[in-house]
Design a binder for this molecule. Sequence first.
Ligand SMILES: C[S@@+](CC[C@H](N)C(=O)[O-])C[C@H]1O[C@@H](n2cnc3c(N)ncnc32)[C@H](O)[C@@H]1O
Length: 334
Amino acid sequence: MSNNGYVLGHSATEIERLKFQATLVRPYTQRMSVAAGLREGMRVLDIDCGTGSVSLLAAELTGPRGQVVAIDRSATAIKVAVESVRDENLSHVDFRVSALDDLSDVEGFDMVVGRYVLIHQPNAVEFLKKAAQFVRPGGWVAFHELNIVDYLPSFPTIELWDAVLKEVFTRFQKTCPEPGVARNMVSAFVSAGLGVPDMFCEIAVVGGSNTGSPEWLINTLRSMSDGAEQTRLADGREIQLDATMVELGRAIDAVHAQVMGPYQVRAWPTREHAVRNDRFYLVGPRKPSYLLPRQSNTRNRSISAIPPRSFLHQANTSRKWGPEMKPLLSHPVD
Ligand SMILES: C[S@@+](CC[C@H](N)C(=O)[O-])C[C@H]1O[C@@H](n2cnc3c(N)ncnc32)[C@H](O)[C@@H]1O
């Protein structure tokens, strides 16, 4: 099965990084899954599931009356996923080594989900179209993506953190076939025949070296450096990864810095646009009660889809944070 130049690879370190990252972003995925309508009794397909964190979360939300089929092209990742299902004693999750293109004996899912997969596809619109073919009439697709183009700097400034973060984003942009997809969910969904989606976005904001942020940042860079212990930043600086991880942790603690991860963007069709291949249906999952009623003449659905406890920052509101805040950094996609 081809990796087609998949930037992060499937080394043992990358598998560990995926598991670690999954624990950091689980709360975001959980809120997003609930908002998208994932609920008890559903049949769910998780595409490119990696080590299975989204699949396990889906299995918790569907309960044993539901079912989760989860696929990934990496046998190594699926082996880890199968072991975690055994640990959790969940019998309604079926992990398979498969690419979406090769999947043929399942259909009619209530919801098809995927996290951090569209950026890696040669064509995100075609991928969405294919994903929608596995959904039953009135069912749903829901994708959770990373914005790897825009990022927020540390505050107070830690020059080394900002330089490494920039390096990770730049490498992602150069190597991912669809780097801008999280900024273009509306156009991707519309082009795939799924209508203008409901969306929301969250950003992890953490302080303190014990929050896992230095580990996440450095190990992501490590996976992008073929597991090497040393790598060169765009400004020519050579850095040792383990030593830099320690240095970043110390710097964060020393100035009580606040650092931010990538924008997490989730999109799913509106209730008027439940999927049936290329047709639209007027039925769909009930929205959670905390969602405000949509105003009849507004298209700004993201506002009505924000859970109350989320510390969401819509991309453009970051500029309101205060006079000392540096503007949002944005790097054009080549
Ligand atoms: C960043 S990981 C995310 C895994 C999982 N969805 C999660 O959120 O933890 C992307 C996954 O998609 C698979 N994948 C996506 N595009 C791929 C490609 N072009 N070639 C090989 N694998 C790919 C990888 O095997 C990997 O497990």
